[in-house]
Design a protein around this ligand. Structure first.
Ligand code: SAM
Length: 289
């Protein structure tokens, strides 16, 4: 691999550019981190890799050497010009100049699978200002993907890969654990980027489950219940359900707590994903009666 510090400085100078902070541009210049991201994604020629935010292409280059195809989605026109020049010789490179949140990833993946590629994988050093919307899009659209390997802020990573029901967990923890198995790949030092970000970073890998981790009758109700119970973290689960409009008053809520043998004082963050599934399925069955 070429020296990424030199390549980055050279490209920025050649194209007379500087990083756009509003677009979350922190270019990866640490070869070991690039290698770890690529290795932990276990990419082969049977894979199509969708890279979100390729920037100057420092990660893209290594992905191109391993994958059957790399589709890079970049919002910044200044970057797409560089990427076209840098990778014109790679036949397996495709570039989409758009906001990833607006791209129809489902159709994109279907098309690649019809072309004979076996698995789709997401790999990215994500723009931190939209980490959560991107991860939620990737999970909620139920894309036909094998895994998501991404660099994100460490603080967000801690929450995403927390054990549901542990101190660090939040509504998004349950969502991730519903769709995927998660693991930390590595913590990344700030001096691995130009410019250095003001927050710590971590690479995580989400391996998409064949089936969700719990059986839920109505997914929309399940996620609404989780959201409501985390809206006011310092309140008990019972109070959150009443304040969130799931029950009209405490007395009505207590009937469910008694039926399901739940402690009136329990807090939402203490509930496991199985608890939420059980409660949500109970609520749906009562609604349908
Ligand atoms: N992959 C490069 C690297 O590791 O050096 C750059 C990563 S940088 C943290 C994030 C990249 O995402 C930037 O190139 C930025 O322009 C791009 N980006 C920001 N918002 C985007 C969006 N909504 N859709 C697609 N790309 C976006």
């Amino acid at each position: 691999m070429e020296n990424l510090i030199e390549t980055t400085k050279f490209l920025l100078k050649k194209y007379k550019l500087s990083a756009n902070k509003n677009l979350g541009q922190n270019f990866l210049i640490n070869e070991n981190v690039v290698n770890s991201i690529v290795e932990s994604s276990s990419i082969s020629e049977e894979d199509v890799v969708i890279e979100i935010g390729p920037g100057l292409g420092n990660l893209t280059e290594e992905l191109l050497k391993k994958a059957g195809k790399v589709i890079a989605i970049e919002l910044d026109d200044r970057m797409t010009e560089i990427l076209k020049d840098r990778f014109f010789m790679y036949k397996n490179f495709e570039l989409i100049n758009d906001d990833v949140l607006k791209v129809d990833l489902n159709s994109l993946i279907k098309e690649q699978k019809n072309n004979g590629l076996k698995r789709a994988k997401i790999v990215a050093n994500l723009p931190y200002y939209i980490t959560t919307p991107i991860i939620m899009k990737l999970l909620e659209e139920k894309l036909d993907i094998a895994s998501i390997t991404v660099m994100i802020q460490k603080e967000v990573a801690d929450r995403l890969i927390a054990v549901p029901g542990s101190k660090l967990s939040g509504a998004i923890t349950y969502c991730v654990s519903y769709y995927a198995e998660s693991e930390s790949v590595m913590i990344v030092e700030n001096n691995s980027f130009i410019p250095e970000p003001s927050v710590d970073s971590e690479v995580i890998k989400l391996t998409i489950r064949n089936n969700p981790s719990v059986e839920v009758v109505d997914e929309q109700e399940f996620f609404k219940l989780i959201k409501v119970s985390f809206m006011q973290r310092r309140k008990t689960f019972l109070n959150s359900l009443v304040n969130g409009g799931i029950f009209k008053d405490k007395e009505e809520a207590k009937v469910m707590f008694d039926d399901l043998e739940l402690d009136y004082n329990i807090r939402g963050e203490k509930l496991s994903i199985e608890d939420f599934a059980r409660i949500s399925n109970y609520l749906v069955s009562k609604k349908n009666k």
